[in-house]
Design a protein around this ligand. Structure first.
Ligand code: NPG
Length: 368
């Protein structure tokens, strides 16, 4: 395939309700889509970075900048393009994994659409539907939280994840357990809001039989997670700290995590995500697919990834309606707690031109 150029499209999608995490509150999901144009057709990528560097160091306009100045020109200069070699071509540029992931995703989509093959078959999916969890933000009160959780359970979600932070941890977990019982698959996500000194407080979660606690400590504090794992009974899962297959292998060897959340954007792309899956399967570590409030494009690829055999825990692969009143693709709808893995060529879904136009805030064309 020959690269002709990449369109960077900024979009702003209103959320059905504010989503609060320990790093901020969102009412609109602003992100950037990539439309790669090649001599064999087009492909779509989704850059999951947020407008501000609060979840990780990346942010949308930095991604746009590095794509424009370095990543797209390097790919154009490398000659005929293959998705499997995009990461290698971009490797000299340090970091910027979300930008790299979006570019690789768009090339992979173009390649698979041209070949008539699906993301699922390319990544190694072994199921045609995946069980879905839902991530529940920090609420202004316990009654509001219980209403939200009850609504999601009624919709059929098979696992609940509660966002926590100091001051909003044991009480919400206790309230959800008391109201909905011990059978509900329940886990918590701290997004780095604690320190090792909080171990006694986090140990108070031990009696609630949580599936896992996700990323309690800072991204770089891998050893801290290994120490914490010895002080609490809840299994430690890493998100922000895992940026590659190599870092996953190291964290596992150090005893810093018993479970891994795989987010393709965070680790530089779907192909590296598969390598992390393989490392974890080899080590007997369960994985699950994280989410970053993706549109139907990113959701399609995440659902395909979550259908690999090592994804033995339900992911944050919620239905489109969890976040958006209208999606830019055909919506993903929950069926008995599951989403269907798209089977069509490439991502298997495409943006609706009118829906896309309605949320677009700007486009730039980066020629090859
Ligand atoms: O279901 O897409 C989803 C969101 C799941 O909680 C979720 N994502 O920290 O994992 C996270 C959080 C997140 C959202 C992180 C947006 C970064 C950006």
């Amino acid at each position: 395939m020959k690269l002709e150029g990449v369109e960077l499209r900024r979009i702003a999608m209103p959320l059905v309700a504010p989503f609060r995490t320990s790093f901020g509150t969102q009412t609109v999901r602003e992100l950037m889509l990539l439309r790669v144009v090649t001599d064999e057709g087009e492909g779509w990528g989704e850059c999951v970075a947020m407008p501000d560097p609060l979840y990780s160091s990346e942010y949308t306009e930095a991604c746009a900048d590095v794509l424009t100045r370095f990543l797209v020109p390097a790919l154009a200069a490398a000659g005929p393009m293959k998705a499997a070699s995009v990461a290698e071509v971009l490797e000299p540029f340090k970091g910027h994994r979300m930008a790299k992931a979006a570019l690789e995703m768009s090339v992979l989509d173009a390649e698979l659409r041209a070949a008539g093959r699906s993301f699922g078959s390319e990544l190694g999916a072994t199921r045609d539907r995946v069980p879905c969890g839902v991530s529940v933000g920090i609420m202004e009160s316990i009654p509001a939280l219980l209403d939200a959780v009850g609504g999601y359970l009624d919709e059929g979600y098979v696992r609940i994840k509660l966002k926590i932070e100091p001051g909003w941890d044991v009480e919400p977990v206790r309230a959800v357990r008391e109201r909905f019982g011990d059978e509900v698959l329940l886990q918590v996500d701290a997004n780095t809001a604690y320190t090792l000194a909080d171990a006694p407080q986090l140990a108070l979660l031990d009696p609630f039989d949580l599936l896992l606690i996700e990323q309690p400590l800072e991204e770089e504090d891998v050893l801290g997670h290994a120490d914490l794992a010895k002080l609490i009974a809840t299994p430690v899962c890493l998100d922000e700290s895992i940026v590659s297959a190599r870092s996953a292998a190291a964290a596992i060897r150090l005893g810093a995590c018993a479970i891994v959340n795989i987010k393709p954007g965070r680790v530089g792309g779907y192909l590296e995500a598969v390598r992390i899956h393989d490392v974890c399967v080899g080590a007997g570590v369960p994985v699950w697919c994280g989410g970053m409030l993706e549109t139907g494009l990113g959701r399609a690829a995440n659902v395909a990834l979550a259908a690999l055999p090592g994804f033995t825990l339900p992911g944050d692969t919620s239905a489109s309606g969890r976040y958006y009143r209208s999606d830019i693709t055909e919506p993903f709808v929950l069926d008995d707690g599951h989403l269907t893995v798209p089977a069509g060529p490439g991502l298997g879904v495409s943006p609706d031109p009118d829906a896309l136009a309605a949320v677009t805030t700007g486009t730039t064309w980066v020629p090859a």
